[in-house]
Design a protein around this ligand. Structure first.
Ligand SMILES: O=c1[nH]c(=O)c2[nH]c(=O)[nH]c2[nH]1
Length: 301
């Protein structure tokens, strides 16, 4: 029998890193989860156990911590680019690097009506995400940035319909022109360039997603996703593409008639499973090719 090692990459998953800026009495905080994956000719480590080209995953973790001090930790997209460029440019056997980062957000505690200098409350549940790929040298250099948000939990209590659907012998779902629609959006957007104001674009993209969810008279979650995605592409011309995944978090009207009450969309059973799962990839016509931008590392899918 013979076998081929078809693909491989390796790195340190989920380095939890908190960076405090404490140069002034009013501190600042960045709280992230960093996953690195290195690509290159590391076959020997797999096939013969020769580690001579293998930069340990422990060193990759250390690099993330050291860079947070030396280079600072601002936008996660920038931090990912800095790390990825370092691995590709400064570590000889590395020909490509993928950095995935999640960012947990904090807001300042309000104490006696004033924002506190060094105490925060975790916000969310939404988590900002970034996935950076750098590969090649010289003219062959390619850099890709995918920004995103996950666990963006949204609910609207009206303005959502689902009717006119295909029916077969197993269909029992009643048509509705007024229902609760709730979801937890995962969105990933690919930038056409790395020359971007990451903070401003994140704010504008998430605002566009939420506004569209709120204001569109939804005929289905599928239609809502299309509108959310195209609104984000409209809002930020630097975007080449957006991918959305949204579970339909069903809210079923509870039958209160046994108790002598009507229930005109006021009391719901919020089911957690099963759930519809609606997905869409929307690409701007004429956008640059994605190359390896979507090739993931394991663990943070
Ligand atoms: O927005 C929806 N899309 C569907 O495809 C679907 N299917 C279903 O049962 N409910 C819904 N709602």
């Amino acid at each position: 029998m013979s076998y081929t090692l078809q693909d491989h990459q390796y790195g340190k998953a989920e380095t939890r890193l908190v960076r405090i800026y404490r140069d002034a009495p009013r501190h600042e905080i960045r709280d992230v989860n960093v996953t690195t994956a290195l690509r290159g000719s590391f076959e020997d480590a797999y096939l013969t156990g020769d580690q001579s080209k293998v930069l340990p995953t422990d060193s990759q973790k250390n690099t993330a911590y050291a860079f947070a001090k030396e280079h600072g930790l601002g936008s996660i997209e920038d931090f990912g680019l800095t790390l990825a460029r370092h691995f590709v440019d400064d570590v000889e056997p590395v020909s490509g690097a993928r950095i995935e980062i999640e960012e947990f957000s904090w807001r300042r505690a309000v104490v006696d009506g004033a924002e506190h200098d060094h105490t925060w409350l975790r916000t969310g549940p939404e988590i900002r995400t970034a996935a950076i790929t750098v590969e090649g040298e010289g003219d062959a250099r390619r850099e890709h940035v995918i920004g995103g948000v996950k666990d963006l939990v949204l609910l609207k209590s009206t303005g959502s319909e689902f009717a006119g659907f295909l029916k077969d012998g197993y269909t029992t779902l009643p048509e509705t022109h007024d229902r609760v629609m709730a979801t937890s959006v995962v969105a990933k957007w690919r930038f056409a360039t790395v020359d971007v104001d990451w903070e401003d674009t994140y704010t504008r993209i998430t605002a566009a997603l939420v506004k569209e969810f709120a204001t569109l008279q939804s005929l289905a979650l599928q239609q809502t996703l299309w509108h959310m995605g195209t609104a984000a592409l409209d809002a930020v011309p630097e975007l080449a593409e957006i991918r959305l995944v949204a579970p339909n978090k069903h809210h079923f009207v509870v039958d209160l008639s046994p108790f002598g009450s009507e229930n005109p969309n006021e009391v719901f059973f919020a089911a957690d499973r099963p759930y519809g799962l609606i997905e869409a990839t929307i690409v701007r016509d004429g956008a640059p090719d994605a190359g390896s931008a979507w090739r993931a590392s394991a663990g943070l899918a």
